[in-house]
Design a binder for this molecule. Sequence first.
Ligand code: HPA
Length: 276
Amino acid sequence: MNAVYEKMLRCYDSIRDRIPFEPEVALILGSGLGDYADDIRVVSTLSYHDIDGFPVSTVPGHKGQFIFGYVGEVPVVCMQGRVHFYEGYPITDVVLPVRLMKLMGAKILFLTNASGGINLDFSAGDFMMLTDHVATFAPNPLIGQNIDELGTRFPDMSAVYDPKLQQIIRRVAADNGIDLKEGVYAQLTGPSFESPAEIKMLSKLGIDAVGMSTVCEAIAANHMGMRICAISCVCNLAAGLSENPLTHEEVQEAANAAAPKFKKLVSESIIRFATA
Ligand code: HPA
C-alpha cells in the first residue's frame, strides 16, 4: 500500500475511539488566531503529541491539538495549530491532518491564515477571503504515487474555493459591518519573509496576499472532494511596501488585534454553512 496512505490510516486507527462525533466542518486556525477555540462549545480535545507519527508545530503562537465541539449547533473539528513545510516536514505530512479530518467525516474545510498584503488597497488588520490561489511557489502535496482511495491523479483546480461558501461569508461580513477584501493568495515556502523584489514579482503576477500555508492544504482537500473556503488576516504590508522590517511578533500582534472580528466572521459563517 502507498506509504503516505498507510501512515494516514495508522494515525486514524490510533485516534478513532477518541473522536466524539462526526464533524461537519474542519477548521484550521492560523498564526495568532488560536484563541478562537474560546468560541467553541468544547466536547473534547486531542493533543497532536498523542497521535503516533503526527506532525507537531514548532512555531510560537501555534498550539498543537484537535478540538472537537460545536459552533452553534454545527459539529466541528478544529486544528489549534498547524505545521508548515518550512519546519522541515515532508509536504505529505503537512497535509496529513486535513486528510485525517476528512476521514473523520468533515465535508467542509475552513482555512485561516496570516498573510502579508500585496494589493495596495489592503491595510494591516484587513481580512481577505480567498477567491483563488497560486500554488506554483511551493511543493505540490499530491506529488508521488496517487492515493486513488482519496482522489484522482489529475484533480481539477478551477474552483477550489466554493462559490456558495464565499457568498455566505460575504453576506456575514456585510451583515456585521466587517470590511471583507477578496483576492488571490500565494503560498511560498518561507521561513524567510519575501524580499521587496519578490513582492514586486508577485504583484505583477496578480497576487494580492502572500503567506506560508493554506494552499497545499486546499489542494489536498480539493483532491478529496471537500468544499473549501479560506480567509486570510492581512497582518502586515508585504516587504518593501512599508518602512518597517517584518517580524513574526508584529504578525502575531496584528492577528491578536483582529481576533474579535475574525471570530465573529468565522462563527457566523459556520452557522450559516448549515443551510448551504
Ligand atoms: N509574508 C509571508 N508570510 C506572512 C507574511 C508575509 O509578509 N505575513 C504573515 N505571514
